[in-house]
Design a protein around this ligand. Structure first.
Ligand SMILES: Cc1ncc(COP(=O)(O)O)c(C=O)c1O
Length: 383
């Protein structure tokens, strides 16, 4: 069992200038945007410092060690064989989703999204010229799952592509292999594409198996694109680098015909940091983060029970986001602003994830137990 990593002290975090710790005044505990509060993996710090020392701060070349590093990481961590010649980079995951969508749809085509879901999906589809087709997740006592029949019907009605969130933000759902195999079969039967956002994949809970969409059978390889990044698990969002991965000639052709600018937007520091992140020497750091998140995802359950009696929380199988149903507390559809004003805790408003998010809040638990305890005690004072 790996020792859990500790978050940085709050005094250090408050010196950070990125969104999580800079957006709100110092009396607010920020548990909103998906940045994490842990120290960087040492290999990343060393690689970036080494580059700075020699002014290695230019443009990203067309081939670089990140492709091979990702291939090695995917085999080592997920048992997934990736072809390095089918890995390209861009500035961030959402850029990759938008550009691939542009490559596979025509203006006005429907693109399926599965709310509640990562809010930028709702903007990414029109940005690519598509129209959002909503097929909400199905909720039951165990959590959430894709509505495969609804997706089939939406493709039958003309949708051309789907944005899959695998694992899913905000619910932390890790779609199982059978579901992904069936999703791929449905998409192929309709001549449609699946664009799978796998940014949260390295952060699966202990004992849960993540299935990369492109590893879910022949149909998935034929219809699928994976877009991912080291940016979430290793907290590198500001360095601007994501990977677009394919596994068939047809889909590889789509990516290779994207405008040259798409790849040119890759941040060189993102590549340098990504290589260090995916290297075997950073595995111990990643496992220490996963160990901390496993403790925190349980701690959130205890804190919800203690401070927010009646609120519903299903322990997520991946990521560091807690999706909490606060409707039983009578806080209304959209409590985040009121919580911020009255408890001085910043959480994400549920309705931004789609109307299915009314009455929910999203809480980022990639921080210390002390900050979580303080934040939930403040929320509890409102309950
Ligand atoms: C599902 C998902 N995709 C993409 C992103 C953002 O990635 P990027 O900054 O690389 O666009 C996030 C950030 O939280 C996310 O949760």
């Amino acid at each position: 069992m790996t020792d859990p990593i500790d978050a940085l002290p709050i005094e250090t975090l408050r010196r950070r200038g990125s969104t999580k710790w800079a957006k709100y005044p110092a009396d607010v505990l920020p548990l909103f945007v998906a940045e994490s509060d842990f120290p960087l993996a040492p290999a990343i710090t060393e690689a970036l410092a080494g580059a700075l020392a020699i002014g290695d701060t230019g443009y990203t070349p067309p081939t670089h060690p990140l492709q091979a590093a990702f291939v090695d990481f995917s085999a080592r961590r997920h048992g997934w064989e990736v072809d390095a010649t089918r890995v390209r980079t861009t500035g961030d995951v959402v850029m990759g989703l938008v550009e691939i969508m542009r490559g596979v749809i025509s203006p006005g085509d429907g693109v399926i999204v599965t709310p509640p879901v990562y809010p930028p999906f709702f903007d990414a589809v029109p940005e690519a010229g598509g129209e959002v087709i909503r097929v909400p997740l199905v909720a039951d006592a165990e959590g959430w799952r894709l509505d495969l029949a609804g997706i089939d019907a939406a493709f039958a009605a003309g949708a051309r592509a789907m944005l899959l969130c695998n694992p899913h933000n905000p619910t932390g759902t890790v779609h199982d292999r059978d579901t992904l195999v069936e999703l791929a079969r449905i998409a192929r039967a309709h001549g449609a594409f699946i664009i799978s956002d796998e940014i949260h994949a390295p952060l699966v809970r202990d004992g849960v198996a993540f299935t990369p969409f492109l590893d879910a059978g022949d149909d998935a390889r034929e219809v699928g694109f994976a877009v991912t990044s080291a940016s979430k698990a290793y907290n590198l969002a500001g360095l601007k680098c994501a990977l677009m991965v394919t596994a068939s000639d047809r889909t590889t052709d789509v990516v290779s015909h994207l405008p040259v600018e798409v790849e040119w937007r890759t941040g060189w520091f993102g590549v340098i940091a990504g290589v260090a992140a995916y290297a075997p020497e950073s595995d111990a750091w990643l496992d220490a983060v996963r160990a901390r998140l496993d403790l925190n995802r349980e701690l959130v359950g205890e804190l919800v029970a203690q401070h927010l009696p009646g609120a519903q929380y299903v322990v997520p199988d991946a990521g560091y986001l807690a999706w909490i149903d606060v409707r039983p507390l009578g806080w209304g559809d959209d409590a985040a602003e009121w919580i911020l004003e009255n408890a001085r805790v910043a959480v994400n408003p549920g309705p931004t994830f789609g109307e299915e998010g009314r009455g929910f809040i999203r809480v980022n638990f990639a921080t210390s137990p002390e900050i979580l305890q303080d934040a939930f005690a403040r929320l509890g004072a409102l309950a």
